[in-house]
Design a binder for this molecule. Sequence first.
Ligand SMILES: [Zn+2]
Ligand SMILES: [Zn+2]
Length: 363
Amino acid sequence: MKGKAAVLTAQGSPMEIWELPVPDVEPWAVLIKVSLANICGSDLHYWRGEAPWRVVPAIMGHEMTGTVFRMGQGVSTDSMGQPLSEGDRVVYPYFFPCDRCFACTHGNRAACPNTLIRRAIPCDQPPHFVGAYAEYFYLPPRHYIFKVPDDLSDEMVSPLNCALCEVLYGLDRVGVSLGDTVVIQGAGGLGIYATAVAREMGATQVIVIDRYPERLELAKAFGADHTISMEEYTTPRERTGRVRELTGGRGADVVAELAGFPEVLSEGINMVSVAGSYLLIGNISRGLKAEIDPSLIVAASRKLVGVITYDPWVVPRALDFLKRNKEKYPFHRLISHKFPLDQINEAFAFAAEGRLSRAALVP
Ligand SMILES: [Zn+2]
Ligand SMILES: [Zn+2]
């Protein structure tokens, strides 16, 4: 039996549709039939060659959802102990901690440096299906898997295993308490989710900063009390001043960097209240530099926390968050266009235009 996959043979060149052998399923493993796979900002970076991709030929893509196609011997439930059968709709983390490193053995699996090790397997070798842009996705033995409630659509859950889970985990790590003020730098996909998550965690005031009016409008629809337009408040000093004005001069209890530019760090730290926290998620590109004044961290006892992936407990909570809030926030606005897998190059060209919401592929 074979399955279709969009294959990257060289960074910066169009992907090709290949037919690859569908692998046998080992005990405790699960073969997924992918139903929806999104194009995230990092996929664009890899495709263009702006971030290194370890091996080719490769199947890219990480944000996805699907159904159980085949279960290996031993699998009878999901990771919450609910009975699992073929055909069930599921979500699963795309990160695979190695359990063979210092971080993993010390309980920091979300910081495992080997978490994307499966990217080092070229797709012409078994199990072939290790990326989202394909008909199938192979979950290795004993990986976490969670059943999706019937009332959540594929469009709602497909961004869960990247954007939503990362911000949920990050905001939990720094701790958002009832009555806090939270500032979000950057209203892309992660910033929009963070706005709603901060609100639901009990923040009294959520302030979102971005350049584009349509993104700020979306942030309002996702619970932002105030938005700061970079077109209106053009300097870091003006934006910091506005945050202080909105917080009685104190600054925010939590500031989350979801912009992905190192230039925002100094400004972000300046917006944090005394003993408050600065959460960094957006800056994933290696080698970029930011200029900061360390005394601002020391003198005000501020805390800096970086987050790159998340722990598995986040996934069922993210599902619960979507279930509880599906009428409250316009999640349907986050996935705007769907393309068949055969049109992956058109979909990437579309996504590269820098749209407000995500494009998705239907294998
Ligand atoms: Zn992503
Ligand atoms: Zn590890």
